[in-house]
Ligand binder design. Structure first.
Ligand code: ASP
Length: 331
């Protein structure tokens, strides 16, 4: 009788444990809501120095780009596709300092940088100092997926992009009157316009990408933070995805994007606290201006900058959305 009771209670315990396990599995969502955040550069823009026309133009351009990534995510596409496709739109828009609207170097050329990172496996790709690849972010993605390397530069990067079937353009494609005249008036005021995108897809994967023409008037094949994994771009499914914009030398020295992820991973900081600490404390003390857009694995977002403005926008699966430029909005 006693043995029977023991067997019966053991079976009951096993059955209950199995039931709890199954239920527990059900509670963990297999798919989660998507989130996208983009930036079009940080800099000296303010309500006082921006005309209503320019204000409107940038907001529309941000929305247009974000809508492309939104659709990818809403349709169940990957965070990586959303990041690449969104950045492609901004690269093709001369309003932004990336692709078509890239700023000029001291010598009057356009040298473009871009990087992309997959938070699911820490794979990454980047191109730097490229002069004839129409969409550098797509070349960065090809480096990630179709080469054993992380970063390619200059002529080698172009040759690789060509071999991968990407569109190659004449360096004159990147010439825009506006940017050229900006070079002539350089240093009059802070410039901006780098683009970036971070996304969380329905499968819980994070991705980040950044594309830029770099700092105007740069010399000697200067490379900024945008193509450097850990400085201008970082994504890790365990923490967050980050894309930066600002004075690249500081972002490199302070490994800004990875620092934010590391503060979350090792110190347990929230995304908000980690981004605030790095951008509004560490960078400010160092004298580095700029900002980041970021999303964590739960879909929380943060768009922090210490300059007077940052072109930025976000959208989530539950219908929250916003497009912002100045400091006094989007709180
Ligand atoms: N971070 C970029 C660079 O230093 C420039 C920018 O974001 O405006 O190349």
């Amino acid at each position: 009788m006693k043995t029977k009771l023991i067997i019966f209670s053991s079976l009951l315990i096993i059955a209950l444990a199995l039931f709890a396990y199954k239920n527990d599995k059900k509670i963990v969502p297999e798919k989660q809501a998507w989130t996208i955040v983009i930036h079009g550069g940080a800099g000296g823009m303010s309500r006082e120095n921006t005309t209503p026309e320019v204000d409107k133009e940038y907001r529309a351009a941000l929305l247009e780009a974000m809508n492309v990534g939104k659709k990818v995510l809403a349709d169940g596409g990957s965070a990586l596709d959303a990041v690449e496709k969104t950045i492609n739109v901004m690269e093709d828009n001369p309003l932004f300092n990336a692709g078509k609207g890239a700023v000029f170097t001291h010598e009057g050329k356009n040298e473009l940088d871009a990087s992309i990172m997959d938070g699911s496996n820490l794979a990454a790709g980047a191109v730097t100092c490229v002069t004839d690849i129409k969409n550098p972010i797509s070349a960065a993605r090809k480096v990630m997926t179709n080469s054993p390397h992380v970063m390619l530069s200059g002529a080698g990067a172009s040759q690789f992009a060509k071999e991968q079937g990407l569109e190659i353009v004449s360096p004159s494609y990147f010439y825009t009157d506006k940017r050229f005249h900006e070079l002539e008036e350089i240093l009059k005021k802070e410039k901006n316009g780098t683009v970036g995108c971070v996304a969380l897809d329905k499968n819980g994967n994070l991705a980040a990408g950044t594309s830029t023409g770099g700092m105007p008037n740069k010399r000697y094949n200067r490379i900024g933070d945008s193509p450097i994994i850990g400085a201008g771009t970082y994504a890790n499914n365990n923490t967050c995805a980050v894309s930066g914009t600002g004075h690249g030398e500081y972002f490199i020295r302070y490994t800004v994007a990875h620092d934010i992820s590391a503060l979350m991973e090792y110190k347990g900081l929230s995304l908000k606290d980690a981004t605030e600490l790095v951008i509004n404390d560490k960078l400010v003390k160092a004298g580095g201006s700029g900002g980041v857009i970021s999303v964590d694995k739960s879909g929380n977002i943060s768009m922090v900058f210490n300059s007077s403005g940052m072109f930025r926008a976000f959208s989530t699966a539950d219908g929250k959305e916003g497009v912002f430029i100045y400091k006094d909005e989007g709180k």
